[in-house]
Design a protein around this ligand. Sequence first.
Ligand code: UTP
Length: 484
Amino acid sequence: MKDNILSNLKQYGQEHLFTFWDLLSGLEQHELIDQIQSIDFALIAHLYEQRNAPAESLTIADRASDPPAYKFSTVTDPTPCKPRKSVSVQEAVLAGDEMLSRGKVGAILVAGGQGTRLGFPHPKGMYPIGPVSEATLFQFHFEKILALSQRYGSQIPYCIMTSPATHRETVDFLEQKNYFGLQRDHVFIFCQGTMPAVSLETGKILLDSKNRIALSPDGHGGMLAAITRKNENGMSVLDSLRQRGIEYLFYNQVDNPLVRICSPEFLGYHLLSGSELTSQVIRKRFPTDKVGNIVEADGRLYVIEYSDLPDEVARQTNSDGSLKIWAGSIAVHLFNAALLDRTSKITTSLPFHIARKKVPFIDLQTGERMKPDKENAIKFERFIFDLLPSAENAVVVEVDPPNHYAPLKNASGSSSDSPETVKRDLVAMYADWLRKAGAVVVAETPVEISPLFADSPETVLQKIEKNTAFNKPTYLKNSTRHVE
Ligand code: UTP
């Protein structure tokens, strides 16, 4: 068997993967063979060859215009949006309420990333982000699903995508926490695929140890393959969801505790505009803001990464002075299940992107593990937003960061997207909800609201007496008020 594999590796110049073969135990040899057999060497060779090809989105930038958009009701910026079809807030909320009560909506949380910037030694979902409660990111998301399931009287199936980097610990953690009150048979946990890292200079696949290839998760776009992968009974997770009557899948990433999961208003814009894929966006603060730009070109929506958007295109303005390319993606989407099904059958639906990274590797001469101090490797990743051009009638919904977006990306002490900034933004949002309900929140007082108590300003209003004072750290959970 080894000889057959070796001759295949030679064809692609990857025979160095067997450098340490004679030093490995039988078990280690097995592990190495398993990994080698999971790799599509022709694909890796092709991707490496194409590494300097200009990004496809560059050709779109020239004819890009602003996408059809709705404004979420919490947005105060007055710049008008052009919707695909006029839909009022009330109509959207009613339609979304109905989708939820009829049990048509499922949710997926992608939690397979390695969280390298944060530097937390566990899956990012286990990070204690609650400013008062120290609730983990997972708890925030699970409680939102539980609150919705209780409100609408129908269980929302919850899919959690992990990767080999996060799977075991995530499964153990969720099990230990009893899925934060969700019923086990409504939670689907599945692992995404991996791709090998190759040397930037030579295209050779890197070894992470003498018997292990340097593999990393294949990007959040790996969700498409993972959710449609058939099990031994010929059923994928998506098949199981559709069998339960799910037609729409809400998608968010584990790092943003402000996300309003399955907000009826957002669902309603999607349904009533006849969209197959709807994405939340924020208004860019300046032309070169570092976000993925959602644009329309030839009647389809695309994401142009900030690094691929030429400056002169980024600076174009409308007659009222507003930016033409204004919509920055925050990685919150709603997919029609039928779109996922259809595009999963087309191998080119999601192209691989190339990221130049520092990846530790085994020196083939000395057998030593090296930690590079500059970029030495290419990682290949798929991005889920690349499904946009395949979707019919795709639209975006503008949301405001204070009510929707504060991602945890960077380590403590960083000036943005750090534990401190996320906690600050959470407290500011909860204090605002309480004040809108007539409560008095003394400045600088940390307040936090569990989604089981209230998950929007409207639900806070029903639970809080006017003039209730908050002057010490407070965590509102269930129907009772805990003062610490
Ligand atoms: P990021 O690209 O921000 O990566 O992922 P990350 O892992 O959180 O952090 P860095 O870049 O290593 O510092 C955004 C979201 O996509 C998920 C992450 O878990 C996060 O929710 N993701 C990313 C996956 O599920 N799989 C991947 O392969 C990559």
